[in-house]
Design a protein around this ligand. Structure first.
Ligand code: NAD
Length: 348
C-alpha cells in the first residue's frame, strides 16, 4: 500500500511513525504546506517521500491520513473521497454535522473507506472496560465521570470542547453502544477568546449520566474516568503506567424491605482487580486497523457514522454552552441548527 499523511505539525508525525511501524506500506508520502514542518518530518523519518502539494500526492496513494487543523478536515477529506481513495480523518471528523454527513455520503458514493481517528477506541484499557461492561461485570451503569485536564496547547481554530471532548465522547459511545440524547454544558474563556475550560453533562436514553470535565488549564495531567455500575465500579486512568484499569467490587444495595416502611442500604467492599493489559500502542493498532479496512473493504470500527455521532454531540454541547448551560436535545434525525453553524464559522 502507498499511504499519504497530510499535515505534519504536532500530531501528524505520530501517524507517520505508526504507518512506518506497521511495516505494511510500500511508500509513505508526507504533505504539509509548511516547508519547515515537512523538512522536520523528513529528517525524523528519512524513508518518507515529501510532497508540497496535496493534489500531487493523492493519485499516487491508496489511502490518505488527514492530520490538519479541524477547520480544514472537510475540504481535504472531500477532495480525497471524490478521487475514490480511502481516508483516515483525525478527530473530530468535521466542524458541523452537515459536513460530517456529506463526507459519509461521499464515501458511500465513491465506495471509499472513511475512518475517523478516535484513537482511544483502539486502546487496550478502553477495550478491557468494554469487556467488563459487555459481560455484565459492571452491571447496570448508573453514571460515568471523567476528567481530561492539563496545561494543554490552546488551539487557534477550535475551543477546548472540540479539542478534548471527542476523546471522551468516542469512548462513551463505544462503551455504552448508545448516543446521548440531551446535554447541558458550561464553559469559560479564561485566556483568549475561545472557551478553555468546560463542564458537560450528557444524558443517555437508558438514564445513564456522563459528566465530562475538560480543560487546557490545569497544573497536572488527569486522564481519569470513573464508571459506576450496580455490580461493580471501575477507574480507568490513562496516566497510570502500570494499572490503567482497576475494577472495584464495591457498591450499595437496597435490601428488600421485610416490613412496611423499612429502608435499608447494605454496603459492599470486596476485591480490587488490576487486569494485565496488552501494551501495544493504540495508534499502531489504529493504523493497522485502517490498513486492514483499506485492504479488505471492511467497515472501520470508528467509521463515518461514529464520527458524525460525535460531531452531533459536540454541536449540541456548543449550543448549550452558548446559552449558559440550557438543556439541548440531541436529535439524530434532524437537520443542523443553522445559526449554530454560522456561530462555529464566526468563531473560526
Ligand atoms: N488522536 C489524538 O489523540 C490527537 C492528538 C492531537 C491532535 N489530534 C488531531 O490532529 C489534527 C492536527 O492537530 P495538530 O495539533 O497536529 O495541529 P498542528 O497545527 O500542529 O498541525 C497541523 C499541520 O497541518 C498543516 N496544514 C494545514 N492546512 C494544510 C493543508 N491544506 N495542506 C497541507 N498541510 C496543511 C499545517 O502547516 C501544520 O503543520 C487535529 O484534527 C487534531 O484534533 C489528534
Amino acid at each position: 500500500l502507498n499511504v499519504g499523511v497530510i499535515g505534519c505539525g504536532y500530531w501528524g508525525p505520530n501517524l507517520v511513525r505508526s504507518m512506518v511501524e506497521t511495516n505494511r506500506c510500500d511508500q509513505i508520502f508526507c504533505c504539509d504546506r509548511s516547508k519547515t514542518a515537512l523538512a522536520k518530518v523528513v529528517r525524523r523519518f528519512p524513508c518518507v517521500c515529501p510532497v508540497e502539494r496535496m493534489d500531487d500526492m493523492i493519485d499516487r496513494c491508496d489511502a490518505v491520513v488527514v492530520a490538519t487543523p479541524v477547520m480544514t478536515h472537510y475540504e481535504i477529506a472531500k477532495t480525497i473521497l471524490l478521487r475514490g481513495k480511502a481516508v483516515l480523518v483525525e478527530k473530530p471528523l468535521a466542524i458541523s454535522c452537515t459536513q460530517a454527513r456529506e463526507l459519509m455520503e461521499l464515501a458511500d458514493a465513491n465506495n471509499a473507506t472513511l475512518m475517523v481517528g478516535h484513537t482511544f477506541v483502539y486502546s487496550p484499557p478502553v477495550r478491557k472496560v468494554k469487556e467488563y461492561i459487555r459481560t455484565g461485570i459492571v452491571g447496570d451503569i448508573y453514571f460515568v465521570s471523567s476528567s481530561r485536564v492539563n496545561l494543554g496547547i490552546h488551539q487557534k481554530d477550535i475551543n477546548v470542547l472540540w479539542d478534548l471532548a471527542p476523546h471522551d465522547l468516542s469512548i462513551l459511545l463505544y462503551w455504552l453502544g448508545d448516543n446521548p440524547c440531551r446535554v447541558s454544558a458550561i464553559g469559560r474563556a479564561c485566556v483568549g477568546a475561545l472557551p478553555d475550560v468546560a463542564n458537560i453533562h450528557y444524558y443517555f436514553p437508558s438514564g445513564i449520566l456522563a459528566n465530562l470535565e475538560i480543560s487546557w488549564l490545569a497544573p497536572s495531567k488527569l486522564r481519569r474516568t470513573v464508571v459506576v455500575g450496580s455490580r461493580s465500579m471501575l477507574i480507568y486512568d490513562d496516566t497510570n503506567v502500570t494499572e490503567k484499569v482497576k475494577l472495584y467490587d464495591k457498591g450499595v444495595d437496597l435490601k428488600t424491605p421485610e416490613s412496611f416502611g423499612e429502608y435499608q442500604l447494605s454496603y459492599r467492599t470486596g476485591e480490587i482487580v488490576a487486569p494485565n493489559l496488552d501494551g501495544t500502542e493504540p495508534l499502531l493498532l489504529e493504523a493497522n486497523h485502517f490498513l486492514d479496512c483499506v485492504e479488505t473493504g471492511a467497515q472501520p470500527e470508528t467509521d463515518g457514522q461514529m464520527g458524525l455521532d460525535v460531531v452531533l454531540a459536540l454541536e449540541a454541547a456548543s449550543h448549550s454552552m452558548r446559552s449558559g448551560g440550557r438543556f439541548v436535545e440531541i436529535d439524530y434525525s434532524s437537520a443542523p441548527v443553522p445559526e449554530l453553524m454560522l456561530e462555529e464559522r464566526r468563531i473560526a
